[in-house]
Design a protein around this ligand. Structure first.
Ligand code: GDP
Ligand code: IMO
Ligand code: MG
Length: 432
């Protein structure tokens, strides 16, 4: 039962899309298990750039691509992605969408935007794609699911019930424009026709594939520190990106998962608000942003940049049970003569800890304790063998391995597919 979860180890944008794409060539199925169009996964292949919001990153290899029940789906965004792929000559015939996934409705987008505006300085800095309100309605059992699209009477009824309440909020609480029942019903009935060929019982599909010994990748969206239960609440997303959620999000038993590959940048970024102990103070922040192209895929916002935080990564290793780690964007650090790495936090009472604080007050006031590692001062592009890495770059990677007690099985040295170093080989990682 060869199943591997690929999960973001930081605050998202670690390069998951690229890693999933690379391993997908040796796999049979790629599944998203949570999240929605808040994700932006970039793949650079044969000189072309693809940015996926909903689509699992196995699509470029023509693999079966699944969106599980734990996802929230904006049909308009999803259909735009399908159309865009078809227009670029890629088949979407093997894409499958769970009947149980929840739909992002127009009021979710409106409420996400209005809610953030109202919070003002206290805002979370969401992607404003309706994620929180959609998962909120799901938990409150007021959500509308993919399967509801295929019964126009039920669909209209559910929209009517929802709008009676949502329009009240939009108009009376937020002073925003109300949403029209006829308009939404007609739009979503139209989506139903387009989505019909893609609908499936995706839990059954994945279970059967695993029983047949086919290789399945589970692609996390967002990252561990954005996890609703274990992340830096309330500055988190509204789903659970960590590895254990792959089982619940797709609908298989947790004992079916064989390997968990964490993906971490060689430094750290965060989009949106919330504490960030290793955020760089001074011109190096801008330098990392420029060198790493750190602008949001979904919103275009500047990503906040910081040095690698091993306290956070150690926490991610604990929460996910990494069997190995992909360390991406090592090339971005090449010009820096010295590279700080956070090994502990100093807490307000003066004590130091290597473990992630359980209390948010401690985290908010944690100061990073850095170890300064020597840089390598030469570009890494074109290097196709771990053995060719400059000695200080190798030591940087080994330092991470030692501190976390996790093998670094993949090293990213550029955005393109071929810019990846691996001692074990991609096939061995994709087929544990
Ligand atoms: P994801 O959301 O985790 O899939 O990551 P994003 O696509 O949002 O952000 C990662 C960015 O880094 C993308 O623009 C990738 O093309 C790029 N990238 C991925 N790996 C590497 C790497 O090893 N080096 C460099 N320079 N860029 C990389
Ligand atoms: P990928 O899959 C980085 C962040 C938002 C915000 C918080 C809540 O590309 O790694 P939400 O819209 O989910 O309610 O926003 O989570 N966020 C991400 N940050 N990468 C992502 O996805 C993200 N998805 C959400 O910036 O701080
Ligand atoms: Mg991203």
């Amino acid at each position: 039962m060869p199943a591997t979860v690929i999960v973001g180890a930081q605050w998202g944008d670690e390069g998951k899309g690229k890693i999933v794409d690379l391993l997908a060539q040796h796999s049979d199925i790629v599944c998203r298990y949570q999240g929605g169009p808040n994700a932006g996964h970039t793949i650079v292949a044969d000189g072309e750039t693809y940015k996926f919001r909903h689509m699992p990153s196995g699509i470029l290899w023509g693999k079966e691509c699944v969106l599980g029940a734990g996802c929230v789906v904006d049909p308009q965004v999803f259909i735009e992605e399908l159309d865009d792929l078809e227009a670029r000559g890629l088949s979407t015939e093997r894409v499958r969408l769970s009947t149980n996934a929840h739909l992002i409705m127009p009021w979710h987008l409106a409420l996400d935007q209005a809610g953030e505006r109202r919070l003002g300085k206290l805002q979370i800095g969401t992607t404003r794609r309706g994620i929180g309100p959609a998962y909120g309605d799901k938990a409150a059992r007021l959500g509308i699911r993919v399967q509801d699209l295929f019964d126009p009477k039920i669909l209209r009824q559910k929209i009517e019930v929802a709008l009676a309440e949502k329009n009240h909020w939009l108009e009376r609480v937020y002073g925003a424009a109300p949403i029209d029942l006829e308009d939404v019903s007609a739009r979503y009935e139209g989506y139903a026709q387009r989505l019909r060929p893609y609908i499936a019982d995706t839990s059954l599909l994945v279970d059967r594939a695993l029983r047949e010994g086919r290789f399945v990748l589970f692609e996390g969206a967002q990252g561990t520190l954005l996890d609703l239960d274990h992340g830096t609440y309330p500055f988190v997303t509204s789903s659970s990106p960590i590895a254990g959620a792959a089982a619940t999000g797709v609908g298989i038993g947790p004992n079916r998962i064989d390997a968990v590959l964490g993906v971490a940048k060689a430094y750290l970024t965060r989009v949106g608000e919330g504490p960030f102990p290793t955020e760089i103070d001074g011109p190096d922040q801008e330098r990392v942003r420029e060198l790493g192209g750190e602008y949001g895929t979904v919103t275009g916002r500047e990503r906040r940049c910081g040095w690698l935080d091993l306290v956070g990564l150690r926490y991610a290793a604990r929460l996910n049970g990494f069997t190995s780690l992909a360390l991406t964007k090592l090339d971005v650090l090449s010009p820096f003569p010295e590279i700080p790495v956070c090994v502990r936090y100093r807490l307000p009472d003066g004590s130091e800890t290597a473990e992630f604080p359980a209390h948010q007050g401690d985290f908010h006031h944690a100061a990073p304790v850095y170890e300064i590692l020597p840089g390598w001062g030469e570009p890494l592009d074109g290097m196709d063998d771990v053995a060719l890495l400059p000695e200080p770059a190798r030591r940087y990677v080994e330092f991470v391995e030692r501190e976390l007690d996790v093998e670094v099985s993949l090293i990213g040295t550029g955005a393109a597919r071929e810019h990846i170093l691996s001692q074990r080989g991609l096939e061995a990682i994709a087929r544990p």
